[in-house]
Design a protein around this ligand. Structure first.
Ligand SMILES: *Cc1c(COP(=O)(O)O)cnc(C)c1O
Length: 333
Protein backbone atom coordinates (compact mmCIF):
# COMPACT_ATOMS: atom_id res chain seq x y z
CA UNK A 1 0.00 0.00 0.00
CA UNK A 2 1.17 3.51 -0.80
CA UNK A 3 -0.04 5.48 2.21
CA UNK A 4 -0.84 9.12 1.44
CA UNK A 5 -3.34 9.65 4.25
CA UNK A 6 -0.94 11.78 6.25
CA UNK A 7 2.73 12.62 6.69
CA UNK A 8 2.41 11.23 10.23
CA UNK A 9 2.52 7.64 8.97
CA UNK A 10 6.29 7.61 8.40
CA UNK A 11 8.36 4.97 10.20
CA UNK A 12 11.74 5.77 11.73
CA UNK A 13 14.63 5.11 9.34
CA UNK A 14 17.57 2.86 10.22
CA UNK A 15 19.74 5.90 10.97
CA UNK A 16 17.07 7.36 13.20
CA UNK A 17 16.62 4.07 15.10
CA UNK A 18 20.38 3.91 15.60
CA UNK A 19 20.37 7.47 17.01
CA UNK A 20 17.51 6.53 19.34
CA UNK A 21 19.19 3.34 20.53
CA UNK A 22 22.40 5.14 21.48
CA UNK A 23 20.87 8.30 22.98
CA UNK A 24 22.17 9.66 26.26
CA UNK A 25 19.13 9.90 28.58
CA UNK A 26 18.02 11.03 32.04
CA UNK A 27 14.77 11.89 33.83
CA UNK A 28 13.18 14.78 31.93
CA UNK A 29 10.75 15.65 34.75
CA UNK A 30 13.91 16.50 36.71
CA UNK A 31 15.08 18.35 33.55
CA UNK A 32 17.99 15.91 33.52
CA UNK A 33 17.67 14.38 30.09
CA UNK A 34 20.60 15.81 28.11
CA UNK A 35 19.17 14.82 24.73
CA UNK A 36 15.83 16.49 25.47
CA UNK A 37 17.57 19.61 26.75
CA UNK A 38 19.81 19.91 23.73
CA UNK A 39 16.82 19.38 21.42
CA UNK A 40 14.89 22.14 23.20
CA UNK A 41 17.88 24.47 22.92
CA UNK A 42 18.49 23.61 19.29
CA UNK A 43 14.88 24.23 18.24
CA UNK A 44 14.57 27.43 20.28
CA UNK A 45 17.74 28.73 18.56
CA UNK A 46 16.55 27.72 15.11
CA UNK A 47 13.42 29.85 15.49
CA UNK A 48 14.91 32.68 17.54
CA UNK A 49 12.97 31.92 20.75
CA UNK A 50 14.34 32.02 24.30
CA UNK A 51 13.17 28.54 25.21
CA UNK A 52 11.30 25.43 24.12
CA UNK A 53 9.43 22.52 25.66
CA UNK A 54 9.39 19.01 24.15
CA UNK A 55 5.85 17.59 24.09
CA UNK A 56 4.23 14.35 23.03
CA UNK A 57 2.01 15.98 20.38
CA UNK A 58 1.51 19.18 18.45
CA UNK A 59 -1.93 19.40 20.02
CA UNK A 60 -0.34 19.55 23.48
CA UNK A 61 2.19 22.17 22.31
CA UNK A 62 -0.68 24.26 20.89
CA UNK A 63 -2.76 23.79 24.03
CA UNK A 64 0.07 24.88 26.35
CA UNK A 65 1.04 27.80 24.13
CA UNK A 66 -2.43 29.24 23.56
CA UNK A 67 -3.24 28.76 27.24
CA UNK A 68 -0.18 30.82 28.14
CA UNK A 69 -1.60 33.75 26.14
CA UNK A 70 -5.36 33.52 26.70
CA UNK A 71 -6.98 33.55 30.13
CA UNK A 72 -10.17 31.56 30.84
CA UNK A 73 -13.11 33.48 29.41
CA UNK A 74 -11.02 35.46 26.93
CA UNK A 75 -10.81 34.60 23.24
CA UNK A 76 -8.37 33.61 20.53
CA UNK A 77 -9.08 34.45 16.88
CA UNK A 78 -8.21 31.93 14.19
CA UNK A 79 -9.09 30.87 10.67
CA UNK A 80 -12.20 28.66 10.56
CA UNK A 81 -10.26 25.65 9.25
CA UNK A 82 -7.49 25.98 11.84
CA UNK A 83 -6.25 22.80 13.51
CA UNK A 84 -6.81 24.39 16.94
CA UNK A 85 -10.46 25.00 16.03
CA UNK A 86 -11.27 21.79 14.17
CA UNK A 87 -8.91 19.01 15.04
CA UNK A 88 -7.99 19.31 18.70
CA UNK A 89 -11.29 18.01 19.98
CA UNK A 90 -12.26 21.24 21.71
CA UNK A 91 -9.31 21.02 24.09
CA UNK A 92 -8.84 24.78 24.23
CA UNK A 93 -12.43 25.20 25.42
CA UNK A 94 -12.70 22.03 27.48
CA UNK A 95 -9.37 22.38 29.27
CA UNK A 96 -8.38 26.05 29.04
CA UNK A 97 -11.87 27.57 29.21
CA UNK A 98 -11.27 30.00 26.39
CA UNK A 99 -13.46 30.87 23.42
CA UNK A 100 -12.70 31.28 19.74
CA UNK A 101 -14.00 33.40 16.91
CA UNK A 102 -12.95 32.77 13.36
CA UNK A 103 -12.48 34.31 9.94
CA UNK A 104 -12.60 32.20 6.79
CA UNK A 105 -10.06 32.17 4.01
CA UNK A 106 -9.94 29.54 1.27
CA UNK A 107 -6.13 29.56 1.36
CA UNK A 108 -6.05 29.57 5.16
CA UNK A 109 -4.31 32.92 5.20
CA UNK A 110 -4.30 35.56 7.88
CA UNK A 111 -6.91 38.02 6.55
CA UNK A 112 -5.74 41.21 8.21
CA UNK A 113 -8.94 43.14 7.48
CA UNK A 114 -11.09 40.39 8.95
CA UNK A 115 -8.82 40.02 11.96
CA UNK A 116 -8.86 43.72 12.65
CA UNK A 117 -12.64 43.82 12.54
CA UNK A 118 -12.90 40.82 14.89
CA UNK A 119 -10.51 42.12 17.57
CA UNK A 120 -12.46 43.12 20.64
CA UNK A 121 -10.62 45.37 23.08
CA UNK A 122 -11.19 45.21 26.83
CA UNK A 123 -14.67 46.72 27.30
CA UNK A 124 -15.07 45.60 30.88
CA UNK A 125 -18.25 43.61 31.48
CA UNK A 126 -19.57 43.83 27.89
CA UNK A 127 -17.63 41.87 25.27
CA UNK A 128 -15.34 38.87 25.34
CA UNK A 129 -11.81 40.23 25.21
CA UNK A 130 -9.49 39.20 22.38
CA UNK A 131 -6.02 38.50 23.68
CA UNK A 132 -4.50 36.43 20.88
CA UNK A 133 -4.67 35.67 17.20
CA UNK A 134 -3.50 32.25 16.05
CA UNK A 135 -2.33 31.41 12.54
CA UNK A 136 -1.16 28.22 10.88
CA UNK A 137 1.83 27.87 8.55
CA UNK A 138 1.55 25.81 6.46
CA UNK A 139 -2.23 25.64 6.74
CA UNK A 140 -3.22 21.99 6.93
CA UNK A 141 -6.89 21.92 5.91
CA UNK A 142 -6.37 24.61 3.26
CA UNK A 143 -4.00 22.14 1.59
CA UNK A 144 -0.55 22.93 2.94
CA UNK A 145 -0.75 26.58 1.89
CA UNK A 146 1.98 28.99 2.90
CA UNK A 147 1.42 32.36 4.59
CA UNK A 148 3.22 35.15 2.70
CA UNK A 149 6.06 36.67 4.73
CA UNK A 150 4.78 40.22 4.22
CA UNK A 151 1.40 39.20 5.69
CA UNK A 152 3.17 37.81 8.75
CA UNK A 153 5.07 41.08 9.21
CA UNK A 154 1.86 43.08 8.84
CA UNK A 155 0.08 40.76 11.29
CA UNK A 156 2.78 41.43 13.89
CA UNK A 157 2.28 45.18 13.44
CA UNK A 158 -1.48 44.80 13.71
CA UNK A 159 -1.19 42.72 16.88
CA UNK A 160 1.18 45.26 18.44
CA UNK A 161 -1.17 48.10 17.55
CA UNK A 162 -3.99 46.31 19.39
CA UNK A 163 -1.87 44.97 22.24
CA UNK A 164 -2.62 41.31 21.52
CA UNK A 165 -0.34 38.30 21.08
CA UNK A 166 0.26 36.00 18.13
CA UNK A 167 0.45 32.22 18.30
CA UNK A 168 1.87 30.37 15.31
CA UNK A 169 0.85 26.75 14.76
CA UNK A 170 3.90 25.71 12.77
CA UNK A 171 3.30 21.97 12.67
CA UNK A 172 4.65 22.09 9.08
CA UNK A 173 6.70 25.28 9.28
CA UNK A 174 9.63 23.29 7.80
CA UNK A 175 7.65 22.83 4.61
CA UNK A 176 6.91 26.56 4.46
CA UNK A 177 10.60 27.34 4.83
CA UNK A 178 11.71 24.88 2.16
CA UNK A 179 8.95 26.00 -0.23
CA UNK A 180 9.70 29.72 0.07
CA UNK A 181 13.39 29.89 0.97
CA UNK A 182 12.53 32.00 4.02
CA UNK A 183 14.48 30.97 7.13
CA UNK A 184 12.71 29.36 10.08
CA UNK A 185 13.57 32.42 12.18
CA UNK A 186 12.06 34.77 9.58
CA UNK A 187 8.84 32.77 9.54
CA UNK A 188 8.71 32.74 13.35
CA UNK A 189 9.45 36.43 13.87
CA UNK A 190 5.73 37.30 13.94
CA UNK A 191 4.96 35.02 16.89
CA UNK A 192 4.97 35.27 20.69
CA UNK A 193 4.50 31.52 21.00
CA UNK A 194 4.77 28.70 18.55
CA UNK A 195 4.24 24.95 18.12
CA UNK A 196 6.27 22.78 15.75
CA UNK A 197 5.99 19.06 14.94
CA UNK A 198 8.83 16.62 14.35
CA UNK A 199 6.37 13.81 13.70
CA UNK A 200 5.04 15.00 10.33
CA UNK A 201 7.23 15.44 7.28
CA UNK A 202 10.42 15.29 9.34
CA UNK A 203 9.71 11.64 10.04
CA UNK A 204 10.21 11.37 13.80
CA UNK A 205 7.94 8.77 15.43
CA UNK A 206 6.71 11.12 18.18
CA UNK A 207 7.39 14.66 19.28
CA UNK A 208 6.58 18.33 19.01
CA UNK A 209 7.80 21.46 20.73
CA UNK A 210 6.26 24.58 22.18
CA UNK A 211 8.39 27.69 21.80
CA UNK A 212 8.08 30.87 23.86
CA UNK A 213 9.88 33.10 26.33
CA UNK A 214 11.67 31.60 29.34
CA UNK A 215 8.89 32.35 31.85
CA UNK A 216 6.11 30.96 29.65
CA UNK A 217 8.12 27.78 29.08
CA UNK A 218 8.76 27.32 32.82
CA UNK A 219 5.03 27.64 33.47
CA UNK A 220 4.19 25.33 30.55
CA UNK A 221 6.54 22.71 32.03
CA UNK A 222 4.36 22.70 35.15
CA UNK A 223 1.13 22.62 33.12
CA UNK A 224 2.44 19.77 30.98
CA UNK A 225 3.03 17.70 34.10
CA UNK A 226 -0.40 18.67 35.47
CA UNK A 227 -1.99 17.37 32.28
CA UNK A 228 -0.13 14.07 32.59
CA UNK A 229 2.42 14.90 29.92
CA UNK A 230 5.59 14.72 32.03
CA UNK A 231 7.88 12.04 30.70
CA UNK A 232 11.02 10.45 31.92
CA UNK A 233 13.80 9.14 29.63
CA UNK A 234 12.27 11.02 26.69
CA UNK A 235 15.73 11.46 25.21
CA UNK A 236 15.07 8.29 23.20
CA UNK A 237 12.44 10.31 21.34
CA UNK A 238 14.38 13.56 21.36
CA UNK A 239 17.23 11.70 19.64
CA UNK A 240 14.86 10.92 16.78
CA UNK A 241 14.02 14.63 16.67
CA UNK A 242 17.69 15.61 16.49
CA UNK A 243 18.19 13.14 13.68
CA UNK A 244 15.14 14.45 11.81
CA UNK A 245 16.34 18.05 12.05
CA UNK A 246 19.83 17.10 10.87
CA UNK A 247 18.77 14.91 7.94
CA UNK A 248 15.18 15.47 6.87
CA UNK A 249 14.55 19.17 6.30
CA UNK A 250 16.09 19.83 2.88
CA UNK A 251 14.54 16.66 1.43
CA UNK A 252 11.04 18.07 1.99
CA UNK A 253 11.56 19.61 -1.47
CA UNK A 254 11.16 16.07 -2.85
CA UNK A 255 7.79 15.72 -1.09
CA UNK A 256 6.68 19.00 -2.64
CA UNK A 257 7.74 17.81 -6.09
CA UNK A 258 5.86 14.52 -5.56
CA UNK A 259 2.74 16.41 -4.46
CA UNK A 260 2.83 18.53 -7.64
CA UNK A 261 3.14 15.37 -9.69
CA UNK A 262 0.05 13.87 -8.03
CA UNK A 263 -1.90 17.13 -8.32
CA UNK A 264 -1.17 17.33 -12.03
CA UNK A 265 -2.44 13.78 -12.61
CA UNK A 266 -5.54 14.53 -10.52
CA UNK A 267 -6.25 17.66 -12.55
CA UNK A 268 -5.91 19.94 -9.51
CA UNK A 269 -4.99 23.58 -10.16
CA UNK A 270 -1.18 23.59 -9.86
CA UNK A 271 -1.09 26.87 -7.91
CA UNK A 272 -3.09 25.11 -5.16
CA UNK A 273 -0.18 22.82 -4.30
CA UNK A 274 2.47 24.82 -2.50
CA UNK A 275 3.95 22.09 -0.30
CA UNK A 276 3.22 18.40 0.41
CA UNK A 277 -0.59 18.34 0.59
CA UNK A 278 -2.92 17.77 -2.36
CA UNK A 279 -6.59 18.55 -1.91
CA UNK A 280 -8.81 16.80 -4.44
CA UNK A 281 -12.39 17.93 -4.88
CA UNK A 282 -14.75 15.21 -6.02
CA UNK A 283 -18.49 14.50 -5.99
CA UNK A 284 -18.01 11.41 -3.81
CA UNK A 285 -15.02 11.42 -1.48
CA UNK A 286 -15.78 8.03 0.10
CA UNK A 287 -16.04 6.40 -3.35
CA UNK A 288 -12.74 7.90 -4.47
CA UNK A 289 -11.01 6.73 -1.28
CA UNK A 290 -12.31 3.19 -1.83
CA UNK A 291 -11.31 3.03 -5.53
CA UNK A 292 -7.83 4.31 -4.63
CA UNK A 293 -7.57 1.67 -1.91
CA UNK A 294 -8.42 -1.04 -4.41
CA UNK A 295 -5.60 0.32 -6.55
CA UNK A 296 -3.15 0.09 -3.62
CA UNK A 297 -3.20 3.75 -2.61
CA UNK A 298 -4.50 5.09 0.71
CA UNK A 299 -5.86 8.64 0.70
CA UNK A 300 -8.14 10.28 3.25
CA UNK A 301 -11.57 11.90 3.00
CA UNK A 302 -11.55 15.17 4.93
CA UNK A 303 -15.13 16.05 3.97
CA UNK A 304 -17.95 14.51 1.90
CA UNK A 305 -16.47 16.06 -1.25
CA UNK A 306 -12.82 16.51 -0.34
CA UNK A 307 -10.01 13.99 -0.43
CA UNK A 308 -6.51 14.70 0.82
CA UNK A 309 -3.25 13.14 -0.31
CA UNK A 310 -0.07 13.91 1.63
CA UNK A 311 3.46 13.09 0.48
CA UNK A 312 6.23 12.28 2.94
CA UNK A 313 9.55 10.62 3.72
CA UNK A 314 8.34 7.10 2.98
CA UNK A 315 7.03 7.98 -0.51
CA UNK A 316 9.60 7.60 -3.26
CA UNK A 317 9.30 9.24 -6.66
CA UNK A 318 8.28 5.85 -8.03
CA UNK A 319 5.51 5.59 -5.41
CA UNK A 320 4.31 9.08 -6.31
CA UNK A 321 4.19 8.28 -10.02
CA UNK A 322 2.25 5.09 -9.32
CA UNK A 323 -0.12 6.84 -6.90
CA UNK A 324 -0.73 9.61 -9.42
CA UNK A 325 -1.84 7.07 -12.01
CA UNK A 326 -4.09 5.24 -9.53
CA UNK A 327 -5.73 8.49 -8.35
CA UNK A 328 -6.25 9.70 -11.94
CA UNK A 329 -7.92 6.40 -12.86
CA UNK A 330 -10.04 6.41 -9.69
CA UNK A 331 -11.28 9.91 -10.50
CA UNK A 332 -12.61 8.68 -13.88
CA UNK A 333 -13.98 5.19 -13.19
C1 LIG B 1 -0.71 17.65 12.95
C2 LIG B 1 -0.99 19.03 13.33
C3 LIG B 1 -0.94 19.45 14.66
C4 LIG B 1 -0.65 18.52 15.83
O1 LIG B 1 -1.15 17.27 15.70
P1 LIG B 1 -0.82 16.10 16.75
O2 LIG B 1 -1.40 14.94 16.06
O3 LIG B 1 -1.48 16.46 18.01
O4 LIG B 1 0.66 16.04 16.88
C5 LIG B 1 -1.18 20.77 14.94
N1 LIG B 1 -1.45 21.64 13.95
C6 LIG B 1 -1.49 21.29 12.66
C7 LIG B 1 -1.75 22.31 11.63
C8 LIG B 1 -1.27 19.97 12.30
O5 LIG B 1 -1.31 19.62 11.02
Amino acid sequence: MIDLRSDTVTRPTEGMREAMATADVGDDVYAEDPTVRSLEEKVADLFGFQAALFTVTGSLANLLAVRSLVQPGAEVLCESGAHIARAELGAHAAISGLTMRTWSDARGRADLGAIESLIAPDLGPFLVRTTCVSIENTHNFAGGRVQPLETLTALRELADRHGIDVHLDGARIWNASVATGASLAQLAACADTMAVCLSKGLGAPIGSLMLAGTDAISEARVERKRLGGGWRQAGLLAAAGHYALDHHIARLADDHEHARLIAEAAGCPPEGVETNIVVIETADAAGLVERCRQGGVLVGAVGPRVVRAVTHLDISREDAVKAAAVIAAALHP
